[in-house]
Design a protein around this ligand. Structure first.
Ligand code: SF4
Length: 466
């Protein structure tokens, strides 16, 4: 390779933002409804949004009320070959349409029903397409399964880092040791055990991990959210995510009027637990009726926000970040390469160094000062903690709104119009390479899952007759 070609390769490798990412970000921004094109909006400025798999392993071995899966989901056999091929096709299509980098959820069904080799193969296919995968689980599996997932037959790590979102709430039935929990507190030992399992495997193998705690919220457990947050914060998760239930999926498993639980009610419970405001207004993913997110960290059990939206200096720092660093792939890029990319940005915007240092100083001040942070790091009580509430929509709204959108018709009914706005700003996308569609998860679960699972039931029957 000649010198010129090598220099070009080096220039491309250290380019802060891939040209495909820059293009899809521009397209995403242009397609967003005007109302969500705010200075806080992340979509189209830094990220294209999250992604998820569908139609890969819809079966689950717990029974939740509610369950967003269609009635046929549990009649589909878990098949590793089908899963890996589908994941590969969907991720390849997402790479093509949404650029070289995104976070993506390996979601079914229950991921631990896959054989560990198939699970590992699916994660590796996702990474091969530039997706940073997160496996979605009910958390009811053992360390042997985790070891078999991350190690090869010779005991070497084939996955050096994994991300799991573990779903725990009292609406789930069939967990070993807590078949029919009546309170959230009954599940605390299982929540803790899940984290401990990863700690143990890390001590044995050096595995790195990121763990999120997910929880469905209905009128039945809303009153226990605050207590659950207080209990879970010290356990070792790096994210707590809440999903107010919606009337979607298997109607036989709807027990309550889920519309009583709003995104605001869950956030209020979260703030009650944290003991102060958890500001979410500074960073927005998609539509605020769908998502609230707050990035921060724990210091000796106290939560501190990375961004204070009432402070204009913090908002200025955020704006500079979006304008100059938007689209840089912070996760999944090797640290040395990331440093080179950031240096290239700073060479063009040297004033950002001062902005970043002043923001860091304010954040350290909010956390109680450098000495406290250093002490907390020594005591291992310094840890990132992101809070999120993701409020899915009812199928009764999504189905007609999505149908009109497919025909290019804006709804006249205000509720359907609001649904269309939310779908247009969706942060959670699923791919249909066979039809060329990118579909919001709400539309997938409300509309497309029914036919898809009926087809999979025929393709992958539970009982195979020779
Ligand atoms: S999946 Fe539904 S609730 Fe979630 S962001 Fe998309 S449209 Fe909103």
């Amino acid at each position: 390779m000649g010198l010129r070609a090598r220099l070009r390769g080096w220039e491309e490798l250290t380019r802060p933002v891939h040209p495909d990412t820059a293009r899809v970000l521009r397209e995403r921004w242009a397609a967003l409804p005007l109302a969500v094109r705010t200075p806080a909006q992340t979509l189209g400025r830094h990220a294209v949004g999250c992604e998820g798999t569908h139609g890969v392993f819809p079966k689950c071995n717990l029974t939740c009320t509610p369950c967003y899966h269609s009635a046929d989901a549990n009649k589909v056999r878990v098949d590793g070959e089908h899963t890996v091929a589908e994941v590969d096709a969907q991720m390849a299509y997402l790479r093509q349409r949404r650029g070289p980098y995104a976070h993506a959820q390996l979601i079914g069904g229950e991921v631990s029903l896959l054989a560990p080799d198939d699970h590992a193969a699916a994660l590796l296919r996702m990474r091969a397409h530039g997706r940073e995968p997160m496996s979605m689980t009910h958390g009811d599996f053992d360390a042997d399964h985790l070891r078999a997932l991350v190690q090869d037959e010779r005991g070497r790590l084939r996955l050096r880092r994994v991300s799991f979102a573990a779903h725990f709430d009292m609406l789930m039935r069939g967990r070993r040791g807590a078949v029919r929990p009546r309170t959230e507190a009954e599940l605390h030992p299982f929540r803790q055990r899940f984290v401990q399992m990863f700690r143990d495997v890390r001590a044995e193998t050096g595995l790195r991990y990121y763990l999120a705690h997910n929880m469905t919220v209905t009128p039945a457990n809303l009153g226990e959210v605050a207590e659950t947050v207080r209990a879970v914060l010290p356990m070792g998760y790096s994210m707590m995510s809440f999903q107010p239930a919606a009337h979607v999926g298997d109607a036989r498993r709807w027990r309550e009027d889920y519309r009583q639980v709003s995104i605001g009610a869950v956030w209020d419970a979260l703030e009650e637990a944290v003991g102060h405001r958890v500001p979410w207004e500074g960073v927005q993913f998609g539509d605020p009726r769908c998502n609230r997110t707050a990035f921060g960290f724990l210091v000796d059990g106290s939560w501190v926000s990375f961004l204070q939206p009432t402070d204009d200096r913090d908002l200025h720092a955020r704006d500079r970040f979006y304008d100059h660093f938007g689209g840089v792939a912070f996760t999944g890029t090797p640290p040395a390469l990331l440093a080179l990319k950031l240096l290239r940005v700073l060479r063009r915007h040297p004033g950002d160094v001062g902005v970043a240092l002043r923001w860091a100083a304010r954040t350290v001040g909010r956390a109680g000062g450098l000495r406290r942070l250093v002490g907390a790091a020594r005591r291992r009580t310094l840890r990132p903690m992101t809070f999120e509430v993701h409020s899915f929509m009812d199928a009764a709204q999504v189905a007609p709104a999505w149908d009109l959108m497919q025909r290019g018709v804006a709804a006249e009914d205000p509720e359907l119009l609001a649904t269309q706005e939310r779908l247009a700003a969706c942060t959670y996308t699923m791919a249909h390479p066979e039809t060329g569609q990118l579909v919001p998860a709400c539309a997938q679960h409300s509309v497309l899952d029914v036919e898809e699972n009926a087809r999979l039931r025929r393709l992958l029957p539970l009982t195979v007759i020779d």
